[in-house]
Design a binder for this molecule. Structure first.
Ligand code: SPQ
Length: 435
């Protein structure tokens, strides 16, 4: 099977308005919370990406009734205490979020279950989740003492812990909080750098009591969740690819509507502003837990900046596309404190540096990030996605400024988070697919 796509170099302006697909982090959580809650949960704007479909498939194997009609999902559940013990393995596919959050959920259940993902998941560190869960009493075994999938979970009674996070990770925080739902006592999580807070917001939305202030989250165990409606906004991590396309392709104007503007996710907007992008943000008036709005971007002259510290968790998934952005900015961009990139779907520091260099970028890897000097005219060539959706989309967006066509190998991985990415790219450009 040929799994590559060739994009013609397109140096024409990009124009148009897009509604990017639903937020991946929120879509996963909507299904997980709906399955844990008692009653009916309805979800609109759900992301039909491969990762979120893996989450649905795992809960169906626990006997939860989940109906999908377009981007609407309905979950009917009698609560997690009525789930069935799965007779099949729970396949989490390429999804780190599914794997890590499921560990927290299953640890305090009454079930035995086995979690397996793809080759990339098998390499991603699970110890960071399993260590605190074991402190709560969880019984989890797996390869290398439980560091890697496949992982077997024997659900058991848990006790709350007071946990200081060693890394900024929403997945670790969420796994502990979700285990805390079933634990005896008050679970406390302390973050030195705040990671995305969709779990905290959604726990409240499903009726739970939780406090969060100054990086300390306190969550009393033994609470019941009640089914509700979740409206999933567009994913700012997906919007980021078109924001960058719009700012680097000369003469462009792109508007993105109904995008999530949760402040724990909007680091990309801060970076664009600091680099000099002409950006308009119009927040929507809404009662919803998750802030949303429209963002309009125009092509702009950009300057290099330094990106690090507590900004990193607010844009961690956007760093590949920020690296491409920096190749078009005047001066030097330094990205630091981003060593977490090494344990994503692939080593995103190595992948970004290797692939952008193939196009002629002036970029070098550091221990915790990269240094990029610009502006550079990018050529074309054959790029590898490494099966990582964000690297694949970075390569595709490079075609809006490259002088020659760009071929992307293993391009189908983009459907992990953005199944209609190429249609959207076509909508805003006069881009043509050669194969
Ligand atoms: O789910 P997965 O595979 O880990 O997805 C990624 C991505 O690029 O889409 C990371 F590879 O996003 C993570 C993100 O990096 C999704 C996430 C979440 O939904 O809680 C949190 C972040 O990961 P972490 O390790 O910082 O908790």
């Amino acid at each position: 099977m040929i799994d590559s796509i060739i994009l013609q170099a397109n140096q024409n302006p990009l124009q148009g308005s897009l509604r990017v697909p639903g937020d991946k982090s929120i879509s996963h959580r909507a299904v997980m919370f709906g399955a844990m809650a008692k009653g009916k949960t309805t979800v609109s704007g759900f992301l039909l990406g491969d990762d979120c479909l893996s989450t649905i498939s795992c809960f169906r194997k626990l006997g939860v009734d989940i109906q999908v009609t377009g981007t609407n999902v309905t979950i009917n559940s009698d609560g997690m205490e009525n789930w069935n013990e799965p007779i099949e393995i729970l396949d989490t596919g390429n999804s780190g979020t599914t794997t890590r959050l499921m560990l927290g959920i299953l640890a305090g259940s009454h079930l035995h279950s086995v979690l397996v993902g793809d080759e990339s998941i098998a390499k991603r560190p699970m110890k960071r989740v399993i260590d605190p869960l074991r402190q709560m009493g969880a019984q989890i075994t797996g390869r290398s003492g439980g560091q890697f999938t496949p992982l077997a979970v024997q659900g058991t009674k848990l006790t709350a812990i007071d946990y200081k996070m060693p890394v900024a990770s929403a997945q670790v925080k969420s796994a502990i909080l979700l285990a805390g739902l079933r634990a005896k006592g008050i679970t406390i999580v302390r973050e030195s750098e705040v990671s995305r807070d969709h779990t905290e917001r959604m726990l409240r939305q499903f009726g739970a009591q939780l406090t969060s202030a100054n990086g300390v989250i306190q969550f009393p165990g033994g609470q019941m969740l009640t089914g509700t409606h979740v409206d999933v906004p567009g994913d700012i991590s997906s919007a980021a690819f078109f924001l960058v396309a719009g700012v680097i392709a000369k003469g462009s104007l792109i508007r993105l509507i109904h995008v999530g503007l949760n402040p724990t996710r909007t680091g990309i907007l801060d970076v664009l502003k600091q680099m000099g992008a002409q950006l308009e943000i119009e927040p929507n008036d809404s009662e919803s837990e998750e802030p949303t709005g429209s963002v309009t971007i125009r092509s702009s002259e950009l300057k290099g900046i330094e990106i690090g510290g507590d900004l990193i968790p607010r844009l961690i998934d956007e760093i590949p596309i920020i690296a491409l952005l920096a190749t078009q900015a005047h001066g030097t961009t330094i990205i630091k404190n981003a060593e977490e990139l090494k344990v994503k779907e692939t080593d995103r520091i190595a992948a970004v540096v290797d692939e952008l260099r193939k196009l002629g970028a002036n970029i070098e890897a550091t221990d915790d990030g990269m240094i990029i000097k610009g502006p550079v005219t990018l050529s074309g060539g054959k790029l590898q996605s490494y099966g990582d959706h964000r690297i694949g989309m970075m390569a595709a967006i490079a075609s809006v400024v490259s002088t020659q066509p760009i071929e992307i190998e293993q391009a189908s991985c983009i459907s992990v988070s953005y199944p209609n990415f190429f249609e959207h790219l076509k909508t805003v450009s006069s881009f043509e697919t050669l194969r």
